[in-house]
Write a new protein. Structure first.
Length: 361
């Protein structure tokens, strides 16, 4: 059985357990997870219809059908420009009384389908797909590790790159080229946040010049073979700003303690609490303004989220970031981010570069 047959069978088993008659997925990662094919996000509908107890059918624009890989026997219903794909999907749904629709499906399609199949109850596919995707197979962890190592290579290379006198945008462009050269297929983000910009966790590249004496948050990620990388390291141009070293010692301790705490059986919220309590005890609690981490896989952000209130119990195969930060408004910011995978008896860090900051020119 191919990986896609196994995943489709697992989806159907979950649907049967939840009383869902049909699953409809369109753009986003659910479709490539189930079939190996990613839909183009466009006004032309692509939708996989998976009945709970019959073979799935991929409804796809005729002009995109040649892109579907043919190494598994997925039934295709290609539609011509003058046909109505909503009617085709509604026809496939037949008398389904409970239909789950993918979380990222455009509302223009969801609303039209709800009108066309108005007798059905429409629910979110998230509850079905989340259970499948949250535990990675060893093949998937291998893919995440390869992506992480490719990002690590770029972090290592940046230790020898000049930062001062260049704009964040210029450094970001160089990082993007290096991510591709290191084996990524796509670049998703290159955060280069120098000096006061570092206090904004998702800062976008600017034309501001990086200066001597500034701390630079470098948070980078892309996709390799369908799986995401995401790592953050700190770079100091010359000398660290006032107060930085004391906070950085705390941040490193918090990040290391949270990573070490990761194991099957502990909750996602408990891992967040380990890092947060160390940062709070040192007096920086108000400056750690986001959750500890997010799951990662085909999407950069997916379940499980490491945040207070999430009592998801960690299991082997789950993968997520551990990324505490301390942000001082108008001065500087700092974050350390590793992707870790839960193993049978603990965790594996997929990123391996030193967590010390690098001093650059
Ligand atoms: Zn983020
Ligand atoms: Zn990141
Ligand atoms: Zn992240």
């Amino acid at each position: 059985m191919s990986r896609y047959h196994a995943r489709l069978a697992a989806a159907q088993a979950t649907m049967q357990a939840k009383g869902v008659d049909a699953l409809c997925v369109s753009v986003g990662s659910d479709l490539p997870y189930l079939t190996g094919y990613a839909a183009m996000a466009s006004e032309r509908l692509t939708m996989l219809v998976v009945p709970a107890e019959a073979d799935p059918v991929l409804v796809i624009p005729q002009l995109e059908a040649p892109r579907v890989r043919t190494d598994h026997d997925l039934a295709i219903r290609a539609w011509m420009e003058w046909e109505d794909p909503i009617a085709i999907v509604a026809d496939l749904l037949g008398g389904a009384s409970a239909v789950a629709v993918g979380d990222q499906t455009w509302s223009t399609f969801t609303l039209a389908l709800q009108t066309a199949s108005s007798a059905a109850v429409w629910v979110s596919a998230g509850a079905i797909m989340r259970d499948l995707r949250i535990r990675k197979s060893s093949d998937e962890v291998d893919d995440l590790r390869e992506a992480a190592r490719a990002a690590d290579r770029v972090i290592d290379e940046l230790g020898h790159v000049r930062f001062s006198g260049r704009s964040e945008r210029d450094v970001g462009r160089e990082i993007a080229e290096r991510l591709l050269a290191a084996g990524h297929d796509t670049v998703d983000f290159t955060i280069v946040a120098a000096g006061p910009h570092g206090a904004s966790p998702h800062h976008e590249l600017s034309d501001r010049m990086i200066q001597h004496g500034e701390a630079v948050v470098v948070d980078i990620g892309g996709h390799r073979n369908g799986y995401a990388s995401d790592t953050t390291r700190m770079f100091i141009v010359g000398d660290a700003p006032v107060g930085f070293d004391d906070a950085y010692t705390v941040l490193r301790a918090a990040q290391a303690a949270a990573c070490e705490f990761v194991a099957p059986g502990v909750t996602a919220s408990a891992v967040d609490a380990v890092a947060r309590s160390i940062i709070e005890d040192a007096g920086y609690g108000d400056l750690f303004i986001h959750r500890l981490g997010h799951g990662i896989g085909m999407d950069t952000h997916e379940d499980p989220y490491l945040v207070a209130g999430n009592d998801t119990v960690l299991e082997a195969g789950m993968a997520f970031s551990v990324e505490p930060g301390i942000y001082v408004p108008d001065a500087w910011g700092m974050r350390i981010e590793d992707i870790v995978a839960v193993t049978e008896d603990g965790m594996e860090s997929l990123n391996e570069t030193p967590r010390t900051y690098r001093i650059v020119t």
